[in-house]
Ligand binder design. Structure first.
Ligand code: ACO
Length: 324
């Protein structure tokens, strides 16, 4: 049985650091309010001219170097998750493809907002397992700051910019849960929940990119329920127990959502990777950014069972179980 095995990962944050106190100079908020409600202390914000493709390129180079993969010869698929592409088209993935000097294979974007990386992993895993590609670069990259209403204190304090990437390679596995690689994935969406989290513009509707609009409490309530449920589904599908999980790498939206989800699942908080304090919510980039932090600091080791999960606008949500 073919398994999509992670060979390397990398991440990148734009250099400009914005603290809660910096934001308090622009909107009516305080460091105390933001930390108490969200756990966020600071975030990185892209400067002028820094685009999703540029952040993606930096993260991709690190992941490819760690994997020992030459993109000009060895890579045949790029799946890039973003809500803030450089342009309406072409896909940011093809811009990345050109920047990497890759002329073979295919590259495309997926759009599932904060769940984007889980969707991208699922798509890449499916293409590798059906033999349509051998080596894939999966990226989450966002300049979410570009679609924020910087006068709306209810949303602008929550988000940040960044990118993360992994390299997946098709390898023969035994078909057991001891295999390295992606063991199970599960995706969901419910388009009826549009009004809870959306952008009030787009190429078709307004000819603009719009700004993020959100009913915070509604999102919070659904996030905990949906993410806990999809984690249970993916674990059951793989045939393992939640107690076997070494690391939970959740979408980093809000520390209170992370704590409530871990509590609902009965997962030891020490097994939950948390970066929301430093990165805020970077949408599709948040899971691979957190993953890379825990790999580089030595927490996630070869053979560990790693469970990633996310929820975002749509609503979309999903989970991906990987043996590192
Ligand atoms: N600073 C100070 N006060 C604020 C701020 C701010 N930045 N933002 C809102 N307030 C005020 C409100 O105006 C309100 O004041 P009022 O009582 O005088 O009307 C008060 O704080 C309480 O506002 P609520 O919205 O009720 O606060 P709540 O406790 O729900 O926290 C929050 C808001 C943090 C947005 C929370 O609902 C939340 O985290 N929801 C999840 C949203 C999320 O994570 N979205 C990310 C995208 S989706 C995803 O990634 C899963």
């Amino acid at each position: 049985m073919i398994r999509s095995v992670i060979q390397g990962c990398g991440s990148y944050l734009p250099p400009q650091l914005v603290t809660n106190d910096d934001l308090a100079k622009k909107v009516d908020t305080t460091d105390e309010w933001i930390q108490a409600r969200t756990g966020i202390r600071e975030r990185h914000i892209a400067g002028e001219g820094e685009l999703a493709s540029g952040l993606a390129l930096e993260a991709a180079r690190k992941a490819l170097a760690q994997a020992g993969i030459d993109p000009t010869t060895d890579l045949d698929l790029i799946v890039l998750a973003t809500t803030t592409p450089d342009d309406t088209f072409p896909a940011t993935a093809t811009t990345l493809q050109a920047a990497l000097g890759m002329t073979q294979g295919s590259a495309f974007d997926v759009q599932a907002v904060c769940s984007g990386f889980i969707y991208a992993m699922t798509v890449a895993d499916s293409l590798l397992r059906t033999g349509q590609a051998q080596t894939a670069l999966v990226v989450g990259a966002e300049v979410f700051s570009r679609i924020l209403d910087w006068e709306d204190r209810g949303t602008c304090v929550l988000f940040g910019d960044g990118a993360g990437a992994v390299v997946l390679k098709a390898e023969e596995g035994a078909g057991t849960t001891s295999d390295r690689g992606v063991l199970a994935t599960r995706l969901h969406s419910d388009g009826r929940m549009r009004e809870a989290l959306y952008v009030d513009g787009g190429p078709g509707r307004t000819g603009t990119v719009g700004h993020v609009r959100m009913q915070g409490k509604e999102v919070f309530r659904h996030a905990v329920v949906n993410m806990a449920k999809v984690v249970e589904e993916v674990v059951a599908e793989a045939g393992i127990s939640l107690a076997d999980i070494d690391w939970l790498v959740p979408h980093q939206a809000n520390k209170r959502i992370l704590d409530s989800t871990a509590k609902k699942l009965g997962i030891d908080p020490a097994k939950v990777v948390i970066t929301v304090d430093q990165h805020a919510n970077t949408s599709a980039a948040s899971v691979p950014l957190a993953l890379d932090v825990a790999v580089q600091d030595g927490r996630i080791k070869r053979g560990d069972l790693v469970l990633m999960e996310a929820m975002g606008g749509g609503f979309t949500w999903g989970a991906c179980l990987v043996r590192w």
